[in-house]
Design a binder for this molecule. Structure first.
Ligand SMILES: *Cc1c(COP(=O)(O)O)cnc(C)c1O
Length: 833
């Protein structure tokens, strides 16, 4: 984002100013040395005149000074853990969607008063400076963002937790739009040095593979039958708990080679070939796979997953061994949480370590493995369940295949003796999917090799047990449990919405920041006009802030006096951006008829990336953009309807937009969204939800009361029951507005210069409509009419917004992490003195 100094409203320091008096920190005294840190970094790292430093140099130096101030506390945290030897949690995840770190690190370390003073003294524009930090986009969507919220909550709760992930050189692609089509660009986020990370070359680990790699014609090619050793090089990032007492570590691994080049090839004169292997190996952690809710089955991804597991286990076992001599205490000292099946190779890897390296017998190793590992499932979608070709295990990690097959032999023995009648159960539970190309079922492996399998919202955990993992749930009924997701209120309320945070703290004190349940104390104030007025003003302030930011970064105009209605999430058929778009076509038709004049002016905002290989999702983006082009340019609409597709959805965009939004669209086909987490972010920022009874939205509505929610549409049970007979053409034939909307799209009204462009969308909706858009369109429209009527009543709207904020206390990731800690990990806090 190109944002020069001075382009930003200089209100930045004023927005942070009130926080100084709150949150009990008071102005932090800036000592002589601290004060000089920033200048020292400019002078000695950048060798630049303090007065001529660029915004980026200012950012790097400011961030490095923050890290300097925290380093001793960070060290002390690890020293405490080493001395106390508590049980530690390791969170293994292929994704950590961190976003920016500056504002949150400053806030959590309670250094904001110091930063504000420093900025004032030195004439720095804090806003311009924070805009210099690229998002760390090391994830696709909800799953990766959950991992980021979880490690922050662990640090805040003083739990000895560590995140393990990969240091992708390229994160999730940057999205731009050309003629309304998504165009992907590489996200070279490490082009400039990252000020937060610390390379720990001395703590590198070796990863042994039964194959090696070469770069051939620019592509990474495995060479089978030639064993090789990769280096895993750890890069540590501080994870600062709120209050700055505990600073945990996120350890991201980069792939390298022990030998930088092949001497034989080099001395033969093959100078390029001499580096082929190391270049190949280093490519392993080059890029994040951009698929959300689908498993694309690429070989490099399989290697990435094994690389993460091998590095993490080698590292944590080394740490365990340095403090414990008895292997039997492993489950009392180590808890490993697998974020989805991506790190499920931890099952055979831990078995290999215990059996081959430690020399334990099979039964003892198996008991320790199961008691150490736990698995979180994130989806019921069959296309998301990972299955890897058995042949790849054979080629890359043959010992792990042996172990998996032995686990399977014993597993099937148990199943067959418990259910002697062959009803296909053993085949379904088997870790191996038979067929011409045999495959390993990673979800089955994860369930069988761990003591806990959890879903991420009540309905999801229930469906997991009754459908997707039914046979395994019958085999291990006690293993299955629910942990409803949450989000960290430090990033998603305190830091991103300073206006509302102030209003809340003025009403009930600042305790909510670490105990979000306290928001419940706002409930009686939902009838207090002065409180509602303050909530309304905070919303208005956030809308203006968002509009200014959008204008200065993209040139796009949003009117803060319109209702902001947002659907921001990955583009996927099950999330039903198309339902939202169809409804906009319906509204547009009504406006063209000049009906419905009491309609409050609305801005519909979409944002989200589509997986590059997901053709229909990319066409949906194109459709929304064409719809926007037509609607926004039509004088008949008269400013009452505006549609925007904001490119490059990412954490920092969400942080600007969510505080500003009035309506949150959570409209997945019931039974398909495991939990959702943006629904929670919107709720705590005072948006009202239009949603289906799906994922955590169900629990949110229970907390707030359905009368304060806009629920609509088929339930998960109704969706499942109507699968056999559902026919979208019935709705087309019997609902005039549905027919008119679809006919308008089919007539190329939105694709005048691209005839037939949206034919596939009409086909999907009318021929099968697997996600049942047409079934829900009518009740969705009726619900939006209620939304419009309530919005016209400013007081009534503010009261419902206040009740939603007051009812969002359960959806803090602190609550979620407390449940994991108590029920799965059995760990307790380990305060750092
Ligand atoms: C919270 C978040 C998500 C998850 O959104 P859902 O609507 O729950 O799918 C995805 N991406 C980003 C950048 C987020 O902040």
């Amino acid at each position: 984002m190109a944002t020069g100094k001075g382009e930003q409203p200089s209100a930045a320091s004023d927005q942070l100013q009130p926080l100084r008096d709150l949150y009990g920190c008071g102005p932090v005294e800036i000592t002589g040395t601290r004060d000089a840190l920033y200048e020292r970094h400019l002078t000695f790292d950048h060798v630049v005149d303090v007065n001529r430093a660029t915004d980026r140099q200012q950012f790097e130096s400011a961030a490095r000074s923050i890290r300097d101030v925290l380093s001793q506390r960070w060290l002390r945290t690890e020293q405490t853990y080493a001395a106390v030897n508590p049980k530690r949690v390791y969170y293994l995840s292929m994704e950590f969607l961190l976003g920016r770190s500056f504002a949150n690190n400053v806030m959590n370390a309670l250094l904001h008063p110091a930063v504000i003073d420093m900025a004032r003294q030195k004439g720095l524009d804090v806003m311009a400076l924070t805009e210099m930090e690229p998002d760390a986009g090391l994830g696709n969507g909800g799953l990766g963002r959950l991992a980021a919220c979880f490690i922050e909550s662990m640090a805040t709760l003083q739990i000895p937790g560590m995140g393990y992930g990969l240091r992708y050189e390229y994160g999730i692609f940057r999205q731009s739009l050309q003629d309304g089509w998504q165009v992907e660009q590489p996200d070279n986020w490490l082009r400039r040095p990252d000020p937060w990370e610390v390379a720990r070359i001395d703590e590198a680990v070796e990863v042994r593979l039964n194959c090696s790699f070469e770069l051939q014609a620019g592509a990474l090619k495995p060479v089978f039958g030639r064993p090789s050793i990769l280096l895993g090089i750890p890069f540590d990032r501080p994870v600062i708990g709120y209050g700055g007492k505990t600073i945990n570590t996120l350890r991201l691994w980069a792939a390298g080679t022990p030998d930088y080049f092949n001497f034989q090839r080099f001395s033969r004169g093959d100078f390029v070939g001499a580096f082929a292997e190391s270049l190949g190996a280093e490519s392993l952690t080059r890029v994040l796979y951009p698929d959300d809710s689908t498993s694309m089955g690429q070989g490099l991804r399989f290697l990435q997953e094994y690389f993460l597991v091998a590095c993490a286990l080698s590292d944590l076992i080394r740490r365990f061994r340095s403090g414990n001599s008895d292997w039997n205490v492993l489950p009392e000292k180590v808890a490993i949480q697998l974020n989805d099946t991506h790190p499920a190779l931890a099952v055979p890897e831990l078995m290999r370590i215990l059996v081959d390296d430690a020399g334990l017998g099979w039964d003892r190793a198996w008991d320790l493995t199961q008691r150490t590992l736990a698995y979180t499932n994130h989806t019921l979608l069959p296309e998301a369940l990972e299955k890897w070709p058995l042949a790849w295990f054979e080629a890359v990690v043959p010992r792990h295949l042996d172990i998996i097959l032995e686990i399977n032999r014993r597993l099937l023995g148990v199943v067959r003796s418990r259910w002697p009648v062959n009803d296909g159960r053993a085949e379904r539970i088997s870790l191996v999917e038979e067929g011409e190309h045999r495959k390993i079922r990673m979800a089955n492996l994860a369930v069988v090799g761990s003591h806990s399998t959890n879903g991420v919202a009540a309905i999801h955990s229930r469906l997991l047990r009754s459908t997707t993992l039914r046979d395994l749930a019958e085999l291990y009924p006690d293993r299955f449990n629910n942990k409803t997701n949450g989000v960290t209120p430090r990033r998603w309320l305190l830091t991103c919405n300073p206006g509302l945070a102030r209003v809340i703290s003025e009403a009930i004190g600042a305790g909510w920041v670490t105990d979000l349940r306290q928001l419940g104390r706002l409930k009686p104030l939902a009838g207090d006009p002065s409180f509602l007025d303050a909530v309304f003003k905070a919303k208005r302030e956030a809308k203006v802030r968002f509009a200014n930011w959008l204008k200065s970064t993209t040139g796009e105009h949003v009117d803060p006096d319109t209702m902001l209605d947002c659907q921001i999430k990955r583009i996927h058929e099950y999330k039903r951006q198309l339902l939202n778009a169809l409804h906009i076509v319906v509204l547009y038709n009504r406006l063209r008829d000049s009906r419905n004049m009491e309609f409050p002016p609305r801005t519909f905002i979409f944002a989200g990336k589509a997986a590059p290989a997901y053709t229909l999702a990319k066409l949906i983006i194109k459709f929304i953009n064409n719809l926007a082009g037509t609607v926004n340019a039509d004088p008949a609409v008269g400013g009452r309807l505006k549609v925007l597709f904001l490119p490059d959805y990412r954490v920092s965009l969400a942080e600007y937009l969510i505080p500003a939004s009035d309506v949150s669209e959570q409209i997945s086909t019931a039974g398909y969204e495991a939990s959702g987490t943006s629904n929670m972010k919107f709720m705590m920022n005072g948006a009202l939800t239009v949603g289906t009874r799906d994922g955590a939205t169900i629990e949110m509505a229970e907390e707030a009361g359905e009368e304060n929610f806009f629920l609509f549409g088929l339930s998960a049970g109704e969706v499942a029951d109507s699968r056999g007979w559902y026919d979208p053409r019935w709705h087309y034939a019997h609902e005039p507005e549905t027919k008119r909307a679809l006919d308008l799209i089919a007539s190329d009204y939105f694709s005048r210069n691209e005839p037939g462009a949206f034919r596939p969308i009409c086909d999907v909706l009318l021929k099968r409509d697997f996600y049942m858009h047409l079934a829900d369109l009518k009740s969705y429209g009726e619900t939006h009419e209620k939304v419009g009527r309530l919005y016209a009543d400013q007081k009534g709207w503010a009261a419902k917004a206040a009740i939603n904020i007051a009812s969002s206390g359960n959806f803090s990731s602190d609550r979620t992490i407390n449940e994991y800690a108590g029920q799965i990990w059995r760990v307790t806090p380990c305060p750092v003195p």
